[in-house]
Design a protein around this ligand. Structure first.
Ligand SMILES: C[S@@+](CC[C@H](N)C(=O)[O-])C[C@H]1O[C@@H](n2cnc3c(N)ncnc32)[C@H](O)[C@@H]1O
Length: 206
């Protein structure tokens, strides 16, 4: 029988139930382990993620272990949103995370007059965010698909917020990080060589 690539994640989260995953689409185990280590150490109160799925379950379980924190997940696909809600219920984690169906809508994230399809923010609560996890929208949607995240959300990030960008080993994500660093001079960046690459960013006074 093939071994479950998420068994170490399951063990770290002390879960009896195997985690549901989709090959290629779910966040990779080593990225999730970085998130778990961060959450268990820093106990973020408000977690926002762009794209729902296995990562939502993992973050919600961290909040349950910490006995503090809430996850809000923006998901453009109504069916994917419903799948994630069902999985949260099946792991008794629904109290720790809410999945917002946020269709992609045309938006201008900065002053360049360029526009992107990005999550509607109409239903996003206004609370400050302590941890932002960016794993969507998928790259096939458009060039620099995840670029709008920081221009659109940076004002909602708390002073000590940490940002995790998945798939940061891809050329487009490297370009996105370079654009962010250019635009936000106080942003600090660390790259971790996980399977798909992870960029960890924080705003620090200059
Ligand atoms: C990289 S996936 C998100 C993964 C999520 N963070 C997780 O860990 O499971 C980004 C988006 O792709 C879409 N998606 C998920 N599974 C898919 C599939 N099998 N085929 C097409 N799109 C998918 C969903 O809208 C999801 O939000």
């Amino acid at each position: 029988m093939a071994s479950n690539p998420y068994s170490a994640v399951q063990k770290k989260l002390q879960l009896a139930q195997a985690l549901p995953y989709t090959e290629h689409w779910s966040a990779a185990p080593d990225f999730l382990e970085l998130l778990i280590d961060h959450c268990l150490e820093h106990k973020p109160a408000r977690i926002l993620e762009c794209s729902s799925g296995l990562s939502t379950l993992v973050l919600a379980r961290c909040c349950q272990i910490n006995q503090c924190g809430q996850v809000v997940s923006l998901e453009n696909g109504a069916e994917f949103a419903e799948d994630t809600r069902r999985n949260l219920r099946s792991f008794s984690l629904a109290d720790y995370a809410s999945v917002i169906h946020a269709p992609l809508v045309r938006q201008q994230p900065d002053d360049t007059q360029l526009d992107w399809d990005w999550y509607s923010l109409d239903s996003l609560p206004e609370d400050a965010v302590d941890l932002l996890v960016i794993d969507g929208p998928p790259g096939y949607i458009q060039y620099h698909s995840r670029y709008p995240a920081l221009p659109l959300l940076h004002q909602q990030l708390s002073r000590d917020c940490t940002v995790f960008l998945d798939d940061a080993g891809r050329e487009e994500e490297k370009e996105i990080v370079a654009l962010w660093l250019q635009r936000f001079p106080t942003l600090r960046h660390r790259f971790v060589g996980t399977e798909r690459g992870c960029s960890i960013l924080q705003f620090r006074p200059g």
